[in-house]
Design a protein around this ligand. Structure first.
Ligand SMILES: *Cc1c(COP(=O)(O)O)cnc(C)c1O
Length: 465
């Protein structure tokens, strides 16, 4: 079939040499890293698809902004530029910079959650789930059923299951639901978009029960692009208008700015109605000063605030988004041709390969998606990330290994970094692994793990046949 590659709407002004690795060297690196991709040295990786977070290439405009950053401790010009830009885009009154996404979660969640509370989301990202649990509450996923069938091509597979949401609210009691979180795009389900219609319905339910609606907004621009492309009635709207509408349904947002705002560090937190939620804003300021830094810099340098303000707008450019989503479709098209299953249709920030389909005999507790990640590195020096049972971890009560809905190996594509030729190397490596997949029958066992967010640090070893 073949999907046409959409050419880059930019040219390259600066290059960074990457090391060509050898098979022997990679084998040694894997051992040294205890088969955990997070333990590999970056310089031992040829194509790094571990994450699209903070791995973006900034523009000449952003680098120019870096030089203009105002480093005043309080009230820096760069802060006002960032706050005004974010207010204009999202229509929120209060904007708080923080050093990254999980900082916005740490700052806000303890103010809204506690023992006996639950938080419900279309799907919690791992750090988001961790911060709900660290606040003493329970995190419940409520994604539509079609998201759980990788081969099923349907639009807006990131949506909340609204029927289930309402029944969960009645089951736990509205007073015990600290917040509802809409993750756009739905990262854990494969970067799948959420429709505006779905957001509207979820907002309606939250209003009915008096529950706060928070957007986990890391990939707001990619989500808006999918809405424009696929949701009826949005073809003639601009990405900015769609973004504004999506945010109009929420009360607050937490955001990792390391994704769609195309910077290397940063995060934001927003409160739409600062007067109505005056106590919340006051709480956020207090938490921010304690953990992040004074409210006008929030753990970032003035130069970072400046780059972030510029990136907020660049991320919304339609030509850029068409190229960006085009990269996903090109790679996914090559996998279609090779008969390799992935969460389809392809999402916004990467291809989530269905490792359970590739290794049907390896059980979830031997982590088939980690097997594929290791094999991709072994094959071509490509670093991917396990998004499956290894990442999900153990039940907080029984301490037993949980079974994830998916066993994905995520090939996250950094923004404006890799070329079509790199994507071909990735596809070729996957095809090579597929050809020898039958010979791989066993997975990995964990030899050491920390109590929270284990996948970042755990040690693994291959299970011998
Ligand atoms: C990355 C991400 C976060 C956490 O942000 P960090 O910047 O990595 O701390 C939270 N939610 C979602 C959906 C994300 O993708």
């Amino acid at each position: 079939m073949g999907v046409k590659y959409i050419p880059e709407p930019f040219r390259i002004k600066m290059v960074e040499t990457i090391k060509m690795t050898t098979r022997e060297g990679r084998e040694e690196s894997l051992k040294q890293a205890n088969y955990n991709m997070f333990n590999l040295k970056g310089e031992d990786v040829y194509i790094d698809l571990l994450t699209d977070s903070g791995t973006n290439a900034m523009s000449s405009g952003q680098w120019a902004g870096i030089m203009q950053g105002d480093e005043a401790y309080a009230g820096a010009k760069s802060y006002y530029r960032l706050a005004e830009t974010a207010q204009e885009i999202f229509g929120f009154e209060y904007i708080q910079p923080v050093h990254q996404g999980r900082a916005s979660e740490k700052v806000m969640f303890t103010l809204l959650l506690g023992k006996g509370k639950v938080a419900i989301s279309n799907m919690f990202f791992d750090t988001t789930r961790a911060h709900v649990e660290l606040a003493g509450a329970r995190a419940i996923d409520c994604v539509v059923e079609e998201a759980k069938v990788p081969s099923l091509r349907s639009k807006f597979k990131g949506n909340m299951d609204v029927k289930k949401l309402e029944s969960l609210i009645t089951e736990y009691g509205a007073e015990n639901v600290g917040m509802v979180v809409m993750t756009i795009t739905n990262n854990s389900a494969g970067g799948q978009p959420v429709s505006v219609q779905n957001m509207k319905e979820v907002a309606g339910i939250c209003k009915k029960y008096g529950i706060l609606l928070n957007i986990d907004a890391a990939r707001y621009a990619e989500n808006a692009y999918f809405v424009k492309r696929d949701e009826e009635g949005y073809q003639d709207k601009s990405i900015m208008e769609i973004t504004r509408e999506m945010f109009s349904y929420a009360d607050t947002f937490t955001m990792s700015a390391k994704k769609d705002t195309i910077v290397n560090i940063g995060g934001l937190l927003g409160v739409k109605d600062a007067k109505k939620n005056g106590d919340l804003v006051m709480g956020i300021k207090g938490q921010c000063i304690s953990f992040e830094g004074f409210v006008t810099y929030g753990g970032l340098a003035g130069r970072d605030l400046e780059a972030l303000a510029i990136g907020l707008k660049e991320g919304l450019e339609e030509d850029y988004l068409a190229y960006r989503i085009g990269q996903m479709e090109y790679l996914a098209g090559r996998l279609d041709d090779a008969g390799i299953a992935y969460q389809s249709p392809v999402g916004g920030h990467g291809v989530f390969v269905d490792a359970a389909a590739l290794f049907p005999d390896i059980p979830y507790y031997e982590f088939p998606a980690q097997v594929l990640a290791v094999e991709l590195y072994r094959e071509a020096g490509i670093r991917a990330c396990e998004i499956g049972s290894f990442l999900l971890g153990n039940d907080p009560d029984t301490k037993k290994q949980l079974k994830a809905d998916f066993e994905f190996t995520r090939l996250a594509i950094p923004r404006r970094v890799y070329t079509q030729a790199h994507l071909d190397v990735i596809a070729d490596a996957l095809i090579a692994v597929k050809e020898r997949a039958k010979e791989i029958r066993r997975g990995y066992r964990i030899t050491w793990e920390p109590p929270v967010l284990r996948h970042f640090q755990a040690h693994l070893e291959p299970i011998k046949e």
